[in-house]
Ligand binder design. Structure first.
Ligand code: 5GP
Ligand code: ZN
Length: 141
């Protein structure tokens, strides 16, 4: 059993914040900021595509609820990031899908580097070419 399945089954300890039929929410042991939680579907699935639509939907609904809870809590929270690493190349370290939800505030020094990352500005033709490839994939799902 994977580490998150062992937490979900109660075999390993975790600081649990919320639980329902499909999901469990607990604190990340290495929080980006205090209140950093992981929304974890109880059924094991490694990647997002392996999740049932019901589990994927519930993970997002619970993520929305945790966003609201963080904002209304006594924890320092001026904004919230939701983050999901799908695959090793995307930064996934634990092979059981999970949604990170963590509070943000001015001066917390965390950055997703979207601003500093050198992003190109492709022309319309190139954008349309990329969109075409993606549309083909969507149509064949
Ligand atoms: P990933 O990089 O896969 O998106 O994130 C995995 C997250 O799980 C990391 O933020 C890490 O701190 C957290 N984590 C890893 N092992 C444990 C654990 O045993 N318990 C808890 N609560 N969090 C863990
Ligand atoms: Zn698992």
């Amino acid at each position: 059993m994977c580490i998150f399945c062992r937490i979900a089954s109660g075999e390993l300890p975790a600081s649990v914040v919320y639980e329902d039929e499909r999901t469990i929410v607990f604190l990340d042991i290495q929080p980006i900021n205090p209140g950093h939680v992981l929304v974890v579907p109880k059924t094991h699935a490694e990647s997002l595509a392996d999740l049932s639509p019901e589990d994927a939907g519930q993970m997002m609904r619970v993520g929305q609820m945790m966003d609201q809870a963080l904002r209304q809590s006594q924890l320092h929270c001026e904004g919230v990031n939701l983050f999901l690493a799908d695959g090793k190349a995307a930064g996934q370290e634990v092979g059981h899908v999970h949604l990170h939800v963590f509070p943000r505030f001015e001066g917390d020094d965390f950055s997703l580097n979207l601003e500093s990352f050198d992003r190109s500005t492709p022309g319309r033709e190139q954008l349309n070419e990329t969109a075409k490839k993606l549309k083909q994939a969507v149509d064949s799902l």
